[in-house]
Each structure stands twice: as structure tokens, then as C-alpha cells.
Design a protein around this ligand. Structure first.
Ligand SMILES: [Zn+2]
Ligand SMILES: [Zn+2]
Ligand SMILES: [Zn+2]
Length: 528
């Protein structure tokens, strides 16, 4: 039993903390939890769906069996949750402060690039102290109607400031500090650009249709609480891209009507510098479009946050996530992610992007002139498991195994990430808006840490796999006995033939073909 005497200069919270106990409230706490216990629960709650109710129930029943009676279960749950929440905030704040200090000394060692955006993000991070987090959480509980506008104002000012600054900044000389932290294998190191490769980094892009959140009755959001190192893209960035995409399409759609009808008369052709004709891409679109429409119908009716879309590097580490609020048309989410990605990259770096419908995304970029300044640095491809749903001619160009530069990357990192956060689906379906994003951020951090420890192993496993594949391929090439040049020439000819625009439609094509066959038959019999 510990007794403490409290006065203004020696608050209970501090005295408890010094004894390794975390109080449930800053003033007059009625429950203090051992820090080791909180650490255990925190560690547990990223490996299973977080459930403080079940935890407290278990604890109480366990203690009860040993003769310790707590006054009431419900209040234990509330107080324990408070302690857990503030303990988590404290740990996050500590990490931010340490990162900020590291960043500061790193910048002083690299004076030449002290003006890049990493400088900006450091200042943003170092501002987050425990006290300020506390303020943020305390404010919204006062008024529920006021906090929405308050929060919007905050986001607006933040977004305005960052976009304003990015225009004035000199180009980055290396990937931003944010990206370097997201994946050291992709963005660390000294040389970020290698002119001999098609893509310096490969990222994959996908949407997930299971991480939804139900509409709640009043449509209000919970009190804001954001992770200090969040991977979610600010809502206003997504909104800006949506507005831009809709404006571009809306205005050109009405104008380009006559052009489209003419296209039908002329027959098939290529869009811009694309290497796959429109007829093929249309078929790709049809086969994927149907599936989307079905999903759309179900999701917006019951859910307010419909999906997640993520951009992950080839090591399955999350670069950015978007919380999707509309179903169906998803291209602007993808475009917003790609745009953000390039803002954090130096202008020399090239990127390969794998996406289920990479061919469609590429087509819209060319057709509507999206991402004009970075488009020539992007190589689009399909995610491997979805590639077989595409037309053959499309696969020839976009399949990552046929497109030079993608190596053995499969573009399915998103699927693996969705599967890793599958356990959170039931909890997050009924969660508050900010709470949901916070839990997802925490989960991303957990997975990052896990993958960081495994990266050496990952590299060695992939290297061995790659070498085996290569030696197998070389053996096969030797066995077939055909010259390398010949094979390459044949492949080029095949690609050209297979991706030709469909022949112009005409009424007597069939007749012509039949008469040709008949003529051939005749000459054949005559020869006999
Ligand atoms: Zn005193
Ligand atoms: Zn990576
Ligand atoms: Zn396709």
C-alpha cells in the first residue's frame, strides 16, 4: 500500500508516475495503473482488435476470484480506458519529440538541403507536446456542434500553409523525410535516381472494400484526435483533386461529344502515346466496371466512410492512405495519391505504379491530361493477380512480368496490407471517425515496426528467389537454342501485331473473307 500526500507543487499525477503508476486523470485520480500493464495492453491491442471492455471485465473477474472487489465495473472500464489513452498519447508524443531532435541534428549535418520540406515537417512535429494534445482533446467535449467548424478551420489553415509553401520551395534533392521514414529501403540511401532503370521506386495502389464505417444517427464526428505521424491524406487534398477531375471531365465531356462519334466512324485508334488501342481498353474497362457498380450500390446506402485506398511501396509499407467517402468513381483518389507522392520526390526520380486497373488510369491521364508535369516519369502496370482479367493486348504492355522495369514485384502489397488489418473490420465499422483513423494509424505503425525488423530477411529471401528464377530462365534460353536477337525481334513483332487497332468495320468484310477462302480452295483443287 502506497500513501501519498498531495499539494499544488507536488501533484498526484507526477508522484504516481514516479512510482511507475499511470493515473486515470491529471487531478484527483481514483485509479492508477501500472505502466508495465499499460504497455502490455498497448502491445496486445495492436495484435488483436482493441477491446478495453473485455479486458476490464476479465481483469475484474480475475481479481474478484482472488478476493479483491472493485466498486463498479463500468467505472473501471472508463477510468482504465482513460489511462490507456493518455499513456498512448504520451508515448506517441515522446516518439515525436525524439524524431524531431534527430531531424534537427540531421539537418545541421546536411546544411546544403536545409530548405527542403523535411524542415517543415520537423517543425510541425516538434510542436506536438503532451500538453497540446491534451488541449485538443479537451476542447471538443465542450461543444459538439462547434467542433466541426473549428476542425475544418484548422484543416484549412494547415492545408493552405503546406500547399503555399510547396510552391516556393526549391526542388528536393532527395525523397522527403516523410518518405524516408515510411520506407528506408525505397527512399533511404544516397542515390535516389538511376538513369539505367525504368523506375527508381515501385509503388502499388489499390482500394479495399471491407474497411467501412457505418453511418451513425446524428451524422456527427467524434472529438478530433489525430496520430502525430499520420499516414492519412488530408481531406482537403482529396477534395481538391475531386473538384479538379470533375471540372476537367465535365467541361471536356460536353465538348468532345462530336469527336467521339467521329471516332466510331473512323474505327479503332490509339489515345495519345498509349500503346494499346481503345477497343482493347474499352473491353478491359467493361470487365472491371461491372464489378464496381455492384459494390457501389451497397456501400453508400449504409456507410459514411466507404473504403480505404492505399499507396504502398514494394516492401508492403504504407506510404499514404485515403479514407474514401464515395463509392464508384475512384480515379481521383488514385490521382490524389500519385500527386502527393510526387510532391515528396526529387524531380529526377521515376516511379512505377501497379494498379488493378492501371491501363484505365493511364488512359485517363493521357485523355484528360491529368498529372501533366510528372506523367513522363510514371510507368503504369497492372497488379499481377488482376492482370489475367485484362485483355491479352493490354497484358502485353501492362503486365509487370512483360513490362521492363518491374522485376518480380507483384503489386499486391495492398492486398497483403488489407489482410493484415482484416481483424479491425468489426471494431472500426461502428467506431467514430477520428477514432477509426487513429486505430488504423496505430496499426500501420505496428506493421512498420514489424516489417523493419524483417527487412534484412526479406532482402535475402528475395535475392535468393531472384537468382533461382534467373538461372532457370537462362537454362531455358540455352536449351531452346535460338539466338537472343532473334527472340527479341520476334517478341517486338508480336507486340506490334497484337496491339494493332481493330480493323475498320465494314459491311462486306465477311463476304470478302468468304470469297478469298473459296478462291483458295479452288486453286488448291486445281493444283491437285
Ligand atoms: Zn507543496
Ligand atoms: Zn519500400
Ligand atoms: Zn487492361
Amino acid at each position: 500500500k502506497i500513501e501519498i500526500s498531495v499539494c499544488a507543487c507536488r501533484p498526484a499525477a507526477l508522484q504516481l508516475l514516479r512510482r511507475g503508476l499511470f493515473p486515470c486523470a491529471p487531478i484527483a485520480p481514483s485509479l492508477a495503473v501500472d505502466v508495465r500493464m499499460l504497455e502490455f495492453v498497448t502491445t496486445l491491442f495492436v495484435r488483436m482488435p482493441p477491446n478495453a471492455t473485455a479486458w476490464c471485465d476479465t481483469l475484474e473477474s480475475f481479481l474478484d476470484g482472488r478476493g479483491y472487489k472493485l466498486d463498479s465495473r463500468d467505472s473501471l472500464r472508463r477510468r482504465f480506458s482513460n489511462a490507456l489513452l493518455w499513456y498512448g498519447s504520451l508515448v506517441n508524443a515522446t516518439k515525436s519529440v525524439v524524431t524531431a531532435y534527430l531531424e534537427e541534428s540531421r539537418l545541421s549535418l546536411r546544411p546544403s538541403v536545409c530548405e527542403d520540406s523535411s524542415d517543415d515537417s520537423t517543425r510541425g512535429r516538434s510542436r506536438v507536446t503532451v500538453e497540446e494534445v491534451a488541449d485538443e482533446d479537451a476542447a471538443p467535449s465542450v461543444a459538439s456542434s462547434g467542433d466541426v467548424s473549428d476542425e475544418d478551420a484548422n484543416e484549412d489553415s494547415d492545408g493552405g500553409a503546406s500547399s503555399h509553401q510547396s510552391q516556393e520551395e526549391p526542388p528536393l534533392s532527395r525523397p522527403s523525410e516523410y518518405l524516408r521514414q515510411r520506407c528506408p529501403l525505397c527512399f533511404g540511401g544516397k542515390n535516389c535516381h538511376d538513369p539505367s532503370v525504368v523506375a527508381d521506386v515501385i509503388a502499388c495502389l489499390d482500394a479495399c472494400f471491407t474497411q467501412k464505417r457505418r453511418k451513425n444517427k446524428d451524422g456527427q464526428r467524434d472529438p478530433p484526435r489525430s496520430h502525430p505521424d499520420s499516414v492519412f491524406m488530408p481531406e482537403e487534398d482529396v477534395e481538391a483533386m475531386r473538384a479538379f477531375v470533375e471540372a476537367t471531365r465535365g467541361s471536356s465531356r460536353t465538348r468532345s461529344r462530336p469527336a467521339e462519334t467521329q471516332e466510331d466512324v473512323d474505327g479503332d485508334r490509339y489515345e495519345g502515346n498509349l500503346r494499346v488501342p481503345n477497343s482493347v481498353l474499352d473491353e478491359c474497362k467493361d470487365s472491371f466496371g461491372a464489378a464496381d457498380e455492384k459494390r457501389e450500390a451497397a456501400s453508400t446506402q449504409f456507410f459514411i466512410d466507404t473504403d480505404l485506398m492505399g499507396l504502398l511501396c514494394r516492401h508492403d509499407r504504407v506510404l499514404w492512405l485515403i479514407n474514401m467517402t464515395t463509392a464508384g468513381e475512384r480515379q481521383y483518389y488514385a490521382l490524389a495519391l500519385i500527386k502527393k507522392f510526387f510532391e515528396h520526390l526529387p524531380p529526377s526520380m521515376t516511379v512505377g505504379i501497379l494498379y488493378d486497373i492501371g491501363c484505365q488510369l493511364h488512359r485517363s491521364c493521357v485523355k484528360w491530361d491529368f498529372l501533366p508535369d510528372v506523367r513522363d516519369r510514371i510507368t503504369f502496370g497492372l497488379a499481377v493477380f488482376h492482370a489475367y482479367g485484362h485483355q491479352w493486348a493490354c497484358q502485353i504492355i501492362y503486365h509487370p512480368r512483360k513490362c521492363v522495369g518491374f522485376g518480380l514485384t507483384d503489386g499486391e502489397g495492398c492486398e497483403r496490407f488489407w489482410s493484415a488489418i482484416k481483424k479491425l473490420i468489426p471494431v472500426l465499422r461502428v467506431s467514430g471517425y477520428h477514432q477509426r483513423l487513429f486505430v488504423l494509424d496505430t496499426q500501420v505503425k505496428h506493421l512498420d515496426e514489424k516489417s523493419l525488423h524483417g527487412m534484412g530477411l526479406w532482402l535475402s529471401r528475395r535475392w535468393v528467389h531472384c537468382q533461382r528464377k534467373k538461372s532457370d530462365a537462362v537454362d531455358l534460353l540455352k536449351k531452346c537454342g535460338i539466338d537472343d536477337d532473334v527472340l527479341r525481334r520476334e517478341w517486338r513483332a508480336q507486340v506490334e501485331e497484337q496491339t494493332k487497332p481493330a480493323p475498320r468495320r465494314s459491311k462486306n468484310k465477311g463476304k470478302l473473307a468468304v470469297s478469298k477462302v473459296i478462291a483458295l480452295r479452288k486453286s488448291e483443287s486445281e493444283l491437285k
